[in-house]
Write a protein that binds this ligand. Structure first.
Ligand SMILES: *Cc1c(COP(=O)(O)O)cnc(C)c1O
Length: 345
């Protein structure tokens, strides 16, 4: 049988041979003593690419967002955030649990945008009854969608006029930059802090980087230690991050093209609703059979997808053109046999 095609997430990529060589050759030191030259190089490279002063290497995007939120906000402060944003829904409530920071969720539309007037209306008055609203937190890409540039500008203008700082959960920042065909710095210039993942489409095994001005990153560095993220000879994994930033950014366009090809191929098949995002993700809703049944049938063919009523399919470094064609090719047969077995019961 042919190899497994894993479309669950872009986190599943394995380091390439060249990346492993860079890791093996990395010069290292104890980064808690600020003596790992490879970690420092990754932090500087990241900050430069984002047009920011300083960077901080962290083990995960979740920790990067939390350390940034804690660097912006104190106990009793709050951040405004989308109702289904990662920093609200998918990080175990970390800001509240560990930071004593209250999230103020606001609805996002199907493009990942909030009504900015409604968001500003959620800012609390300066009064002991209320948490202090400090920060607006956006996410880009959001469920695979690159936020419109004009929206970022509008959000920044409004937030600044109300004295709020801006944080970007840019787990897939470079996918957004590639989708807009612009440098990442064109996106990040609207923010005071940005966290992005090396471990997703960029193909590194571990790690994220938080960037911002030096004072903010110093505070985040302190919180990283408190959160257990002070790592020692981390240059071994930082080297993978440097390799990813130097070799795997432009190629994200290939992932986006493969997601487009997959979407086009699947749209032509009866019984499927396809939702494109413009980056490396698409959602799939079977019309007659359940998403769970289809995910199971795909697994039987060695094709893994994130299950649910709406299946999520993600392209990445370890998915090639032949894989995409195989997924499109097996689909009609799977849907037919599922539909007929449903009919029989
Ligand atoms: C993956 C992801 C994160 C967190 O990254 P981890 O490294 O898995 O902790 C944060 N935000 C978004 C939008 C993500 O997709």
């Amino acid at each position: 049988m042919s190899h497994t095609i894993d479309l669950r997430s872009d986190t599943v990529t394995r380091p390439t041979e060249a990346m492993r060589r860079a890791m093996a050759a990395a010069e290292v030191g104890d980064d808690v003593y600020a003596e790992d030259p490879t970690v420092s190089r990754l932090e500087t490279l990241s900050a430069d690419m984002l047009g920011m002063e300083a960077g901080l290497f962290v083990p995960s995007g979740t920790q990067g967002n939390l350390a940034a939120l804690m660097a912006h906000c104190e106990r009793g402060d709050e951040y405004i955030v989308g109702h289904n944003a990662h920093t609200y829904q998918f990080e175990g409530g970390g800001a509240a649990v560990l930071g004593s920071i209250q999230p103020q969720p606001v609805p996002l539309d199907d493009q990942g945008c909030m009504d900015l007037d409604a968001a500003m209306a959620a800012i609390k008055p300066d009064d002991a009854h209320f948490a202090r609203t400090r920060l607006l937190c956006l996410e880009n890409t959001w469920w695979g969608r690159a936020l419109p540039m004009a929206y970022l500008k509008g959000a920044e203008d409004k937030a600044r006029s109300h004295g709020l700082a801006m944080h970007l959960d840019g787990a897939r920042l470079f996918n957004a930059a590639v989708a807009h065909d612009c440098p990442a710095a064109d996106i990040t210039r609207h923010f005071d802090s940005v966290s992005f993942c090396l471990s997703k489409g960029l193909g590194a095994p571990v790690g994220s980087v938080v960037c911002g001005n030096r004072a903010l990153i110093d505070r985040a560095r302190r919180w990283r230690k408190v959160l257990g993220g002070g790592m020692r000879q981390a240059g071994i994994i930082a080297a993978a991050g440097i390799h990813a930033l130097e070799h795997h950014v432009a190629r994200l366009a290939e992932d986006h093209q493969r997601a487009e090809r997959l979407a086009a191929g699947l749209e032509a098949i009866d019984g499927l609703r396809v939702f494109r995002t413009g980056t490396n993700m698409l959602m799939l809703e079977p019309r007659v059979v359940t998403g769970t049944a289809l995910a199971e049938a795909l697994a039987g063919e060695g094709i893994r997808v994130n299950p649910g009523a709406r299946l999520r399919l993600v392209t990445h470094l370890d998915v090639d053109d032949a894989d995409i064609e195989r997924v499109i090719a097996v689909m009609p047969r799977l849907l037919d046999s599922l539909a007929s077995s449903e009919h029989a019961t």
